[in-house]
Design a binder for this molecule. Structure first.
Ligand SMILES: NC(=O)c1ccc[n+]([C@@H]2O[C@H](COP(=O)([O-])OP(=O)(O)OC[C@H]3O[C@@H](n4cnc5c(N)ncnc54)[C@H](O)[C@@H]3O)[C@@H](O)[C@H]2O)c1
Length: 385
């Protein structure tokens, strides 16, 4: 392998736009190529990062000298692109959701194993440094055993411009495939044990956007640790109101209840796909200033036997018998959670040691996602173990 890991990007949309600065800032990564069917996206990429551009992933994987790829194409292409990468012996980072069905996930896991490549499913909110710190506190035993987690996320997911398939559950649309993986990754990173059972109610409340936009769920882990997960993407309440108006990425933001609905209504439905494309990779540059606060995903409260923890502006806030204190986390290079994705991937490629959140882990997250979806549809608890 060359001294730096030569990386190709598949899909130059919104996900790539927010990951590229973290790749660009890493001394061990060299961004050498990208593939996207959109000419404008390829031109923007070439103007910012240079490198070769291709209209499709296979052409890039076969035509460019690469060690690894980052798969950030829409969900429905993940299985195809992961199999292409593994088949060519390339290490890969793949965006969530790993794939749309368990069968597809199994194909990816088997192909990656056969090829002996390093894989990582990310970015997910399980990479937030504050969560990793909470996990270290749980492991230290300082607050006793982990008992219960509560995560509440209210936002505008369903009313940000969407492609048609993002509003069709059968094609991977709705919050279950797109947002709930983040919630599950957070609680799995904290609990680090198999999920025993799930029960969910899911809501499709807008006939114009007929996919799941809300969920309330109960997740029980093997040892009895439990989690309640609530998500609403209906753009009324916004849970950043409970987090000092620090946005998901760690930047301060304005209150915006209902703003996405109003923008969508003003634009008219005909232009939604174009608006979705415009929200993608804008070629905003390789350099990005680090956010002033820690990233978070809604309001998360983690309870151990002897204390509670939550993500604070600068790290982790601990509430125990002594009162309240904050652990301040060190500054990051670009974006704390995405830097960690790149660090863990690079470490894996360099040492051959699989990252925690590899494709086998991602398969288990998708198993739980699908169980929550079916639980909501069938109105019953689903046992995973
Ligand atoms: N981790 C996160 O926080 C996060 C954020 C956004 C998106 N995502 C994930 O990233 C993926 C992409 O979402 P997005 O919001 O960037 O979508 P997007 O629509 O903004 O971008 C997708 C890009 O992929 C391109 N594309 C379409 N078909 C392709 C193909 N066959 N080969 C190569 N490129 C192709 C499109 O032209 C577009 O430029 C999704 O799976 C989504 O779940 C993750």
């Amino acid at each position: 392998m060359a001294s730096r890991i030569r990386l190709g990007i598949i899909g130059l949309g919104r996900a790539a736009g927010v990951m590229l600065p973290s790749f660009a800032a890493h001394p061990d990564i060299e961004i050498v190529a990208a593939a996207d069917p959109l000419v404008a996206a390829r031109e923007r990429f070439a103007s910012v990062f240079g490198g070769a551009v291709f209209a499709d992933a296979r052409a890039m994987i076969e035509g460019a000298a690469l060690d690894a790829v980052y798969i950030a194409s829409p969900h429905q292409f993940h299985v195809e692109h992961a199999l292409l990468a593994a088949g060519a012996g390339k290490h890969f980072i793949i965006e969530k959701p790993l794939a749309l069905t368990l069968d597809e996930c199994d194909q990816i896991v088997a192909a990656a194993r056969a090829a002996g490549v390093i894989t990582l499913v990310g970015h997910t909110q399980g990479f937030n440094p504050a969560l990793r710190r909470m996990r270290a506190i749980i492991e230290s035993g300082e607050l006793g055993r982990l008992r219960m987690m509560n995560n509440l996320v209210y936002g505008d997911f369903l009313y940000r411009p969407r492609r048609p398939e993002e509003l069709d559950t059968r094609q991977g649309g709705g919050i279950l495939y797109n947002q709930v993986p983040h919630q599950l990754e957070m609680i799995r990173v904290l609990a680090r044990e198999p999920i025993r059972a799930v029960r969910a109610t899911t809501g499709i409340w807008d006939a114009q956007r007929p996919t799941e936009g809300a969920m309330t769920a109960f997740v029980e882990f093997d040892s009895g640790v439990s989690a309640s997960l609530t998500y609403s993407g209906y753009d009324h309440f916004d849970s950043d109101a409970l987090c000092g108006w620090i946005g998901t990425g760690g930047r301060l933001r304005q209150a915006a209840h209902g703003a996405a609905r109003r923008r969508l209504a003003a634009a008219g439905s005909g232009s939604e796909t174009a608006a979705r494309t415009a929200r993608g990779f804008t070629g905003g540059g390789a350099v990005q200033q680090a956010p002033p606060c820690q990233p978070h995903f809604g309001f998360l409260l983690v309870s151990c036997e002897r204390g509670d923890m939550r993500v604070s502006a600068q790290g982790v806030e601990i509430f125990d018998d002594a009162g309240v204190r904050e652990i301040v986390l060190p500054p990051c290079r670009v974006a704390p959670d995405r830097d960690l994705v790149v660090d863990e991937f690079v470490l894996g490629v360099r040492t051959g040691q699989a990252p925690l959140q590899d494709v086998a882990w991602g398969r288990e997250t998708m198993r739980a996602v699908l169980a929550l979806l079916h639980s909501g549809q069938q109105r019953r608890e689903i046992m995973l173990k």
